[in-house]
Ligand binder design. Structure first.
Ligand code: 5RP
Length: 218
């Protein structure tokens, strides 16, 4: 199986984790695109979706799935999203697609975070994938200097603006030995809107597609 086939298998397996008649949180990215396509076939069994990006909103609507504003939803039983890296403890790096802020907001509201990923995403230590930070544009240089003090190499994601009108700094070569502590430190920097480490609120379930089948862990 190639990586796309693995992503599709993980996305398909996530359907078993959806309660009927509920509003479902939907993430962003190529794995989630497969999930949205699978969800379209059973859209009559859900009440609709809350989306984590303009891209996912467009795909959900094109599939005939109603998209709700998060503020109008009291209860979100499950949020399905991908990851760029995930550990055995279910801490993640997210934001490769630049949607980390809305993803983290939806994840905060959701009672259960189901991460769908192919086996390439599983790592022992986070940080080989550059860690995205969403930053207010005028704070770019200040945040970059602070990141260098923490040992990372910040690179501006050229030509990219987030759905919230901000920039992304991708941090290369950062040693992330304690993901919770690093998330706390980076999130506290003035001008950082959101840090792509999802360690303080990790996933609750990982559906990992491997060449030898689906592995689910909690
Ligand atoms: C987008 C994300 C995605 O979940 C992450 O980048 C994984 O994407 P893909 O499924 O395309 O590999 O965090 O902001």
């Amino acid at each position: 199986m190639n990586q796309d086939e693995l992503k599709k298998a993980a996305a398909q397996a996530a359907l078993d984790h959806l309660p009927d008649d509920a509003v479902i949180g939907v993430g962003t990215g190529s794995t989630v695109n497969f999930f949205i396509d699978a969800l379209a076939a059973r859209k009559h069994r859900i009440a609709g979706a809350v989306s984590s990006s303009e891209a996912s909103t467009a795909r959900l609507k094109a599939a005939g799935i109603q998209v709700f504003d998060l503020n109008s939803v009291n209860d979100l039983p499950v949020y399905v999203d991908g990851a760029d890296e995930i550990t055995a403890g279910l801490a993640m790096i997210k934001g490769g697609g630049g949607a980390l802020t809305r993803e983290k907001i939806v994840a905060a509201v959701a009672r259960k975070f189901v991460c769908i990923a192919d086996e390439k995403k599983q790592v022992a230590l986070l940080g080989k994938f550059p860690l995205p930070l969403e930053v207010i544009p005028m704070a770019r240089s200040y945040v970059a200097r602070e990141v260098v003090r923490l040992g990372g190499q910040p690179i501006l994601r050229e030509g990219f603006t987030t759905d919230n009108g901000n920039i992304i700094l991708d941090i290369h070569n950062l040693q992330i030995l304690d993901p919770v502590e690093m998330e706390t430190r980076l999130s506290a920097l003035t001008g950082v809107v959101m840090c792509g480490l999802f360690a303080r609120r990790p996933a609750d379930v990982l559906i990992l597609a491997t060449t030898s089948g689906i592995r689910t862990s909690t």
